[in-house]
Design a protein around this ligand. Sequence first.
Ligand SMILES: Nc1nc(=O)c2c([nH]1)NC[C@@H]1CN(c3ccc(C(=O)N[C@@H](CCC(=O)O)C(=O)O)cc3)C=[N+]21
Length: 292
Amino acid sequence: MSATIIDGKAIAETVRGEAADRAAALEAATGVKPGLAVVLVGNDPASEVYVRNKARLTVAAGMASFEHKLRANTSEADLIALVERLNADPLVHGILVQMPLPGHIDSDRVVLAIDPAKDVDGLTPANAGRLVLGRGGLVPCTPQGCIILAKHALGPDLAGKEALVIGRSILVGKPVALLLQAESCTVTMAHSKTHDLAGHCRRADILVAAVGRPEMVKGDWIKPGAVVIDVGINRIAQEGGKTRLVGDVAYEEAREVAGAITPVPGGVGPMTIACLLQNTVTAAEAQVRPGA
Ligand SMILES: Nc1nc(=O)c2c([nH]1)NC[C@@H]1CN(c3ccc(C(=O)N[C@@H](CCC(=O)O)C(=O)O)cc3)C=[N+]21
């Protein structure tokens, strides 16, 4: 049996279309165009590509894009001052500070400076707390994308499924586990200290791999028919000096066993940006009509 390939690119296009429709409706009703500010510190080539893609797709969805590129040696105080200006800017409804930040900057302090109402990454303690409590708020983009992709494979009802999340990062592992729990899955979180990871994987109906280790999850770890959501985006060296993107799952092996699987690229990555645009509209709606 060969797995269904979950087409993240096509699904993301649909989600971006919904964001564009909502943005247009908000602008027609209130005159306010949702705006997203992306802040990049330093010149990591991969980050520059992501930031450029975000800006292009933001504009394509009828929203305003504000790019702030700061030198790698920017001080923490200057970065926080920029965040505070963006907090106060009425044209900006969403703020994303691209991670990771250079080592001399404390990313916790930077995230704390972001107005939770504009925190489209869902990283501030206020939004993370609301997610834990199940009280709405802005939800991190990649985890939202994972749930949408899982529902494409399994239908809208995930209740009772065994879900395994590998990785416990603040941006992906922890929030995706909470979202799966909210969908009434039985959730296990695995990480670098987990014993018998392969055994845990073999019980999972939904496997979310978010560790950042190229092709770590092997084909024979996967339960036949399982849905595999691969969050990893690892650039590995190839012969001839070229690089290639691979996920955290050994894709060619896994697709022989899984029921459905997300490819890398073209799986979770495009969904992250689509959900970022959705969050920006959600944030703009709430800022324009507080309490609505
Ligand atoms: N505050 C913050 N929020 C983030 O959401 C965030 C971040 N920092 N730092 C970096 C990671 C990475 N990230 C990606 C988004 C889209 C693709 C994406 O669209 N990937 C495409 C193309 C990949 C390629 O060709 O390079 C794909 O997978 O098909 C990838 C990676 C968001 N991140």
